[in-house]
Design a protein around this ligand. Structure first.
Ligand code: KG4
Ligand code: ZN
Length: 342
C-alpha cells in the first residue's frame, strides 16, 4: 500500500509517498524560510498563500519523479494539526480533494505523531516500548510510547518550546530566522563557563519544562554586555544558552527513562538536528547502557515523509476522514493515543 502525504502546518510545504513494503518512495520539500526571514518569524497569512501556490505543483513533482499515477495511491494523508489554521486548511483541502478525486480515503495526521515516527524512516529503528523527546518550534514533550499509536505525555513545556527559545535567543544575538541553526553554529565557537544560565525546573519533580526564563537570562546577558557584545561574547552566550537547554532536557529525560525502566530513546523535532544536543545525549545514553534514535537531519525539521509514515499507521488503524474538511490548530497528542480510553 502507498500513502501520499501533504505537510503544511507551518512554513514548509512537504509532499511524500510512503509504502508499507518499500518504505519512503519519494519526498519533496519547499521551504518558505526566505519569505518569512525579513519579518523575523512566520507570518501566518503569507504562509497560507505560499502553501496554496506550492501544494499542487509539489504533488505533481513527487508523483512524476517517482513514476506514480493516482491508481498507485491507496490513501492521501495530510497534517490536520496542531499548527497555523490557515496553513493547515490548505493541506487539508488539497489532501481531502485529491482523495475525493482519486476515490481513496483521506487520513488526517497529528503533526507531532509525524515527528515522533520520523526515526522509523531510518534503517536503525527503535523497538517498542520507548521514550520520545520531541523538541520542535512549537512543542517540547516527553512521551512514553508503549506500542504503535500509544502515547502517554509525561511532561511538556508550560511556556516557550525549546525551538521557540532558540529562535528568540537568536533574535537577541542578531541571527536571522529561524535562529536555531544559527545559535548552534555560533555556540560551536563559544567557551564553557563564560555564561552559566539557569536549568529551569530541574530542581522540581516531574517532567515539565519552562524555557521562557532562559530566554530572559540570555536577554539580560546581552543587555549587560552592552558595547562589549563582541562576536566572541555572542558565541559564549550562545554556548551558555544551548548548554542550559541541553542539560535541562537530559535531566528530565534521564528521570523519565528511569521511572519507566526504558533504555531506548527517540529524539525528534527541529531542535533534534542540533549537533551539540546529539553529542551530549549520545554520551548520556552510552553511560546508562541505552540507545538513542534520531531521524536524519532533513527529517528533524518539518517534512512530508514523516506525515506519510504516520498516515500509513493511521490508515491501518482505519482512522480515515469523513467528507468534511476539518483541522485542529490545537490538538493534544494524547487525543490520538490508541489506548486513551484505558
Ligand atoms: O519541527 P520544526 O521544523 O517545526 C515545528 O514543528 O515547530 O522545528 C523548527 C524549530 C525552530 O525553532 C528551529 O529554530 C529549530 O527547530 N531548529 C534548531 C536547529 N535546527 C532547527 N534548533 C537548534 N539547533 C538546530 N540545529
Ligand atoms: Zn514540526
Amino acid at each position: 500500500m502507498k500513502v501520499l502525504a501533504i505537510e503544511s502546518s507551518c512554513d514548509e510545504t512537504g509532499v511524500a509517498v510512503y509504502s508499507d513494503t518499500e518504505g519512503l518512495v519519494v519526498n519533496k520539500l519547499y521551504t518558505q524560510i526566505a519569505l518569512h526571514r525579513e519579518y523575523g518569524g512566520v507570518v501566518p497569512e503569507l504562509a497560507s498563500r505560499d502553501h496554496i501556490r506550492k501544494a499542487i505543483p509539489l504533488v505533481r513533482e513527487a508523483m512524476d519523479s517517482a513514476g506514480l499515477t493516482p491508481k498507485d495511491i491507496d490513501a492521501v494523508a495530510y497534517t490536520a494539526g496542531p499548527g497555523l489554521i490557515g496553513a493547515l486548511l490548505v493541506g487539508a483541502a488539497v489532501g481531502r480533494s485529491l482523495a475525493f478525486a482519486w476515490g481513496c480515503p483521506a487520513v488526517p495526521v497529528h503533526h507531532m505523531e509525524g515527528h515522533l515516527l520520523a526515526p522509523m524512516l531510518e534503517e536503525k529503528k527503535p523497538h517498542y516500548p520507548f521514550l520520545a523527546l520531541l523538541v520542535s518550534g512549537g512543542h517540547t514533550m516527553i512521551v512514553k510510547v508503549a506500542r504503535p499509536g500509544s502515547y502517554k505525555v509525561m511532561g511538556q513545556s508550560i511556556d516557550d518550546a525549546a525551538g521557540e527559545a532558540f529562535d528568540k535567543t537568536a533574535k537577541l544575538l542578531g541571527i536571522p530566522y529561524p535562529g536555531g541553526p544559527g545559535v548552534s553554529a555560533l555556540a560551536e565557537r563559544g567557551h564553557r563557563g563564560k555564561y552559566v544560565f539557569p536549568r529551569p525546573m530541574t530542581d522540581r519533580p516531574g517532567y515539565d519544562f519552562s524555557f521562557s526564563g532562559l530566554k530572559t537570562a540570555a536577554a539580560t546577558a546581552v543587555e549587560q554586555a552592552g558595547d562589549g557584545l563582541t562576536d566572541e561574547a555572542k558565541a559564549d552566550i550562545a554556548f551558555g544558552f544551548e548548554d542550559a537547554v541541553i542539560d535541562t532536557l537530559i535531566t528530565k529525560v534521564s528521570r523519565a527513562l528511569k521511572a519507566e525502566h526504558l533504555k531506548e530513546l527517540v529524539v525528534a523535532g527541529g531542535v533534534s538536528a542540533n549537533r551539540h544536543l546529539r553529542a551530549r545525549i549520545g554520551e548520556f545514553m552510552k553511560k546508562i547502557g541505552g540507545e538513542v534514535f534520531y531521524p536524519r537531519p532533513e527529517f528533524c525539521t518539518d517534512n512530508g515523509a514523516m506525515i506519510a509514515c504516520a498516515g500509513m499507521l493511521r490508515l491501518k488503524l482505519g482512522q480515515v476522514a469523513g467528507d468534511a474538511i476539518e483541522v485542529r490548530p490545537r490538538w493534544a497528542l494524547e487525543d490520538i493515543s490508541v489506548d486513551r480510553d484505558e
